[in-house]
Design a protein around this ligand. Structure first.
Ligand code: ATP
Length: 515
């Protein structure tokens, strides 16, 4: 764990040092859980966005995109349930003065039971070998059963308390399960409080006419309220989807873990409208499409897992998270939810406007059901960095820090390096750069030794470096260096464009996704 936390620390300082992420308003000592993306960060982020956007809107002829406003009519948040229910329950430890979300404390306790169960299963697998039947074992082993039951009982009590909005009971659970503060190790807890996560501001110029409006806590509602606009103007037929990328804001209480939990962040959401009754089939399909989208990046298949929701939100009839193995454990990066017709029905109720679709195939009007895929761009960004960061030990005991980014996502694709600062080399290098820059983000660098320049490019994840030397002038050849293997090859200038573009284009990812 210590090692893993160190990795996060290293990553945060790497991001700062190489222009990926800066603390926002840094010269004023920063602003809690708000971050700015630097020159390389924005490149990586834009590439992730493009991968997502193109995978939705190019590969699916029945998915289109929109860009709705951040400010929306306040009644939207009443209809969506956010005004009444978008809250966290908090508790403070009086000794450490640290604040916790109740659900996080409970989740940690449940993880303890899970760990005990998996440890027992592991032991038994080793003992019984090939003959081991995990399902039967879990049904019979007393220790496993005891922990499964404890887990279930805790979950049931917790969800009951949430449903009843029973703050006293939530606190009692913390005491009954002897949950202590991870820092002070005491159970000296305050009472539990409820806290709405939406930011609000005022719109209007005079005090009489101002109205309270919210900064959207999710982009999805902008899609729901435009559902009919898009359906009619785009002549869309069910099933169809609407995709959107945009900022969302949540006044997170416990904002830690770098860009994993921010107060201002970006979401990439797609709502897929289907015939009632067909939603679970589509839910399964989208689960598979989305996990494939992640795995194609080759950050390691074992770093992903699904975590199905046991307790569903009142509007959902199936939900799962795609989790990624962060340095602080497996954490949600994307949610896939079958949201039924809850949102459209509620907007119909609150706005008085019909939100139905006439399905000519079955000659019937209905409110479509919705499958949502919702991914946090910043969490995705973090997962890509975590999966790519590497400290390679080289010969002579040297190390190099390299971001083994999927080439299609790298912010800079090509480093262009004249071997020495000789006028002819520099001129030739510029000539090559002028050609390549029309297609790829290139970086020209003539300062310091070639080794140092390679390291600089490694640190930002540039997949190719091209060196211009006497060979280039005499034989129109450059040496191309591959980031991960550090192998170098002499190739003709005329082949450069092809070699690079085959590997760094978003298209290369889309092709695999479409197979
Ligand atoms: P969590 O339980 O971690 O708070 P959530 O279940 O509330 O997340 P959703 O409402 O399902 O998250 O939002 C969809 C996606 O938006 C999440 O999977 C995550 O990637 C992203 N997201 C949510 N909150 C934040 C945040 N504060 N900072 C960065 N990304 C976020």
């Amino acid at each position: 764990m210590m090692f893993q936390e160190n990795i996060l620390k290293k990553l945060i300082s790497h991001c700062k040092k190489y222009g990926f992420v800066f603390p926002s308003s840094e010269i004023y000592d920063g602003l809690g859980a708000i971050y700015d993306y630097g020159q390389n960060g924005v490149g990586l982020k834009n590439n992730i966005k493009q991968y997502w956007w193109d995978s939705m809107t190019l590969l699916n002829e029945n998915i289109v995109g929109i860009d709705s406003a951040i400010f929306m009519h306040p009644t939207i948040w009443k209809a969506s349930g956010h005004v009444d229910a978008f809250s966290d329950y908090l508790i403070d430890n009086k000794d450490s003065k640290k604040r916790y979300r109740i659900d996080t404390l409970i989740e940690n306790q449940i993880t303890k039971y899970d760990n005990k169960i998996s440890k027992e299963i592991k032991k038994a697998t080793k003992y019984f070998g090939d003959a081991f039947d995990e399902i039967e074992f879990c049904k019979k082993d007393l220790y496993v059963l005891e922990n499964i039951n404890k887990k279930k009982a805790l979950y049931a009590r917790f969800t009951q308390a949430l449903m009843e909005n029973n703050l006293k009971e939530l606190r009692q659970i913390i005491f009954d399960y002897k949950i202590v503060c991870p820092i002070s190790k005491t159970n000296n807890w305050t009472c539990v409080r409820k806290f709405n996560l939406m930011f609000s501001t005022e719109m209007g110029s005079t005090t009489d006419s101002t109205i309270k409006i919210y900064l959207r806590p999710e982009t999805a509602q902008g899609i729901f309220v435009n559902f009919l606009n898009v359906q009619k103007t785009g002549r869309m037929k069910i099933p169809f989807g609407i995709a959107q990328i945009g900022k969302a804001f949540r006044n997170e209480i416990i904002a830690r873990q770098f860009v994993f939990r921010m107060r201002e962040f970006e979401q990439m959401e797609m709502q897929f409208f289907v015939r009632p009754g067909e939603e679970l089939e589509w839910f399964e399909k989208w689960k598979q499409v989305r996990i494939k989208w992640h795995k194609i990046l080759e950050l390691g298949d074992n770093k992903y897992r699904f975590r199905d929701h046991i307790k569903l939100a009142h509007y959902a009839n199936a939900a799962t998270d795609i989790e990624f193995e962060m340095p602080f454990g497996f954490k949600e990066i994307e949610g896939i939810h079958s949201r039924t017709n809850f949102d459209l029905n509620n907007h119909e109720k609150y706005s008085g406007k019909r939100m139905q679709f006439f399905d000519s195939k079955i000659n019937k009007s209905y409110t479509p059901f919705v499958i949502e895929t919702s991914i946090g761009l910043d969490r995705m960004f973090l997962s890509v960095l975590v999966g790519s960061y590497s400290e390679d030990v080289l010969r002579e005991g040297n190390t190099r820090v390299v971001l083994k980014l999927p080439p299609a996502l790298s912010p800079v694709k090509v480093g262009i390096l004249p071997l020495i600062k000789k006028e002819e080399f520099k001129k030739k290098a510029r000539e090559i750069m002028n050609k390549l820059k029309l297609n790829f983000c290139c970086q020209y660098d003539e300062k310091d030794s070639i080794g140092k320049r390679y390291r600089r490019q490694d640190a930002i994840g540039t997949p190719y470096c091209i060196t211009i030397d006497q060979n280039t002038l005499d034989y129109h050849q450059v040496s191309i260096r591959f980031r991960d293997t550090m192998r170098q090859e002499h190739i003709s200038i005329s082949c450069l464009e092809q070699i690079i573009s085959d590997n760094v284009s978003i298209k290369s990812l889309l092709k695999k996704l479409d197979e």
